[in-house]
Design a protein around this ligand. Structure first.
Ligand code: S3P
Length: 206
């Protein structure tokens, strides 16, 4: 069963190409989460927002790409060029499970910033669901994402503008699996506020 999105995000300006989001029944029905995951296309601000949010509410921030880099001892482009994307996705899956496992085992309230492609793998979505970790989509229109990413060279999947737009379109259905959507073309602190206003974080008054 699906429910419509929290009213707290409807007053945020959503670009005309925004896709209506529905809450999935799995985790969204239950308030008071101690683990949440941020998803969205590259450049939408997942890591920045997760860091600021975690700091503001006193939770731990786990950045999936950072964990992958630490584990591999290589940068993300190096993993892609030396071992291929499949190898990156394998490490990504293992590290996500590790982060979720630690959050549960040590009762650590955690904000997880996922990679832009993490929720393309069904197993990752399953792991998040099993951990009771709602997924929040940081929605941003493609023009703004292009503007933010055009000068950044450390993203192996950003080769040119046409490829970027194509990948963005391919990814939208995956991001729609998220439980909540917030507008992320605005300042990171406004994104943080929108997430707090969803009232899904245990022990965090809005
Ligand atoms: C990817 C996005 C990157 C990183 C890797 C793959 C993707 O993360 O995980 O380059 O598939 O979209 P960011 O979204 O943080 O750039």
């Amino acid at each position: 069963m699906v429910q419509s999105i929290s009213t707290s995000v409807t007053d945020v300006p959503i670009s005309k190409d925004a896709i209506p989001l529905h809450l999935s029944a799995s985790s969204a029905a239950r308030p008071g989460h101690r683990c949440i995951a941020l998803t969205g296309f590259m450049g939408c601000g997942k890591s920045t927002v997760a860091r600021l949010l975690a700091k503001q509410i006193g939770w731990i921030h786990a950045d999936l790409d950072k964990r992958i880099v630490e584990r591999a001892g290589l940068t993300v482009p190096e993993i892609f060029s030396r071992h291929g994307e499949a190898s990156f996705r394998g490490i990504e899956q293992e590290e996500l499970r590790r982060i979720l496992g630690e959050a549960i085992e040590f009762s650590r309230p955690t904000i997880v910033s996922l990679g832009g492609g993490t929720i393309v793998q069904d197993k990752n979505v399953e792991a998040l669901r099993q951990a009771g970790c709602p997924i929040i989509w940081l929605y941003c229109n493609v023009e703004e994402l292009l503007r933010r990413c055009s000068h950044i060279t450390n993203r192996p999947l950003f080769r040119d503008e046409a490829g970027f737009r194509e990948l963005y379109a391919q990814r939208l259905p995956f991001y729609e699996q998220a439980d909540y959507r917030v507008e992320s073309s605005v300042e990171p602190l406004r994104v943080v506020q929108q997430i707090i206003e969803l009232k899904i974080l245990e022990g965090v008054p809005s």
